[in-house]
Write a protein that binds this ligand. Structure first.
Ligand code: PGA
Length: 257
């Protein structure tokens, strides 16, 4: 049993109209506010266009709002980019860095992820840093070694358990409906915790949240969220439906296994 409060994060990716977003977060807000004991933390990460709307709607609810990426540069002549200042101005407190879709589609390197995460933390945004292996890498039998390299090379120098969350997302499990076995998730999360110990020391590593992501849904959330060293979930597809996202969050209750 983990002592860390479960952290349930939704990554909306490139989805959501204003009307859909308002309905979705309206529902989540009502449910979260009605919880007598906030036994999990909740975060939603809409596309840039909806951050202002969503943050305004969630203001004071206790549900946090994050972005899906940012620029490592400061404000200025960088057409199309979004800085930490611009994100904070519209109410974001978190940012996802290094999602596999960006590492693939935008060819973001470990060094770039590290620079972005360091900039975000320096400017008081909290970071969810994603790592994960491809199917081919999994088949090679070197998943832990591959993840250790990715994590170490992307890891921000200014990280602490308060400003950094790790998300383990096997690339082959994202949006596919396939998930690793509970044993595999446990093994990988233990490996990540060990790597964190060498990066930031045992005490801080013990407090850092490690999320699992990749085809988390209401039907598997209960099992996944109770695996040792799993401190929450990063949810894609299922975070677009209030009912499903809420059911996943509720499944994190350590008192209800
Ligand atoms: P999924 O996506 O839940 O749709 O598999 C997870 C993610 O990419 O964060």
């Amino acid at each position: 049993m983990s002592e860390i409060k479960p952290f349930i994060a939704g990554n909306w990716k490139m989805n959501g109209t204003k009307a859909e977003a308002l309905a979705l977060v309206g529902d989540l807000k009502e449910k979260y506010e009605a919880l007598a004991e906030k036994y999990f933390e909740m975060l939603v990460c809409p596309p840039f266009t909806l951050i202002d709307t969503v943050a305004t709607q969630l203001n004071g609810s206790g549900i946090a709002v994050g972005a899906q990426t940012l620029s490592a540069l400061g404000n200025g002549a960088h057409t199309g980019e979004i800085s930490t200042d611009l994100l904070k101005d519209v109410g974001a407190s978190y940012v996802i860095i290094g999602h596999s879709e960006r590492r693939t589609d935008q060819r973001e390197s470990n060094a770039e992820c590290k620079a972005k995460a360091e900039k975000a933390i320096a400017d008081n945004l909290k970071v969810i840093l994603c790592i994960g292996e491809t199917q081919e890498e999994k088949d090679s039998g070197f998943t832990i070694e591959i993840l250790t390299k990715e994590l170490t090379e992307s890891f921000p120098e200014n990280a602490s358990a308060e400003n950094l969350v790790i998300a383990y997302e096997p690339i082959w499990a994202i949006g596919t409906g396939r998930t690793p076995t509970a044993q595999d998730i446990e093994k990988v999360h233990a490996g990540i915790r060990e790597t964190l110990e060498s990066l930031i020391g045992i005490d801080d590593a013990a407090k850092m949240r490690i999320l699992y992501g990749g085809s988390v849904k209401p039907s598997n959330a209960g099992e996944i969220l109770h695996i040792r060293n799993v401190n929450g979930a990063l949810v894609g597809g299922a975070s677009l439906k209030a009912e499903d996202f809420w059911a996943i969050a509720e499944a994190s209750n350590y008192n209800k296994r």
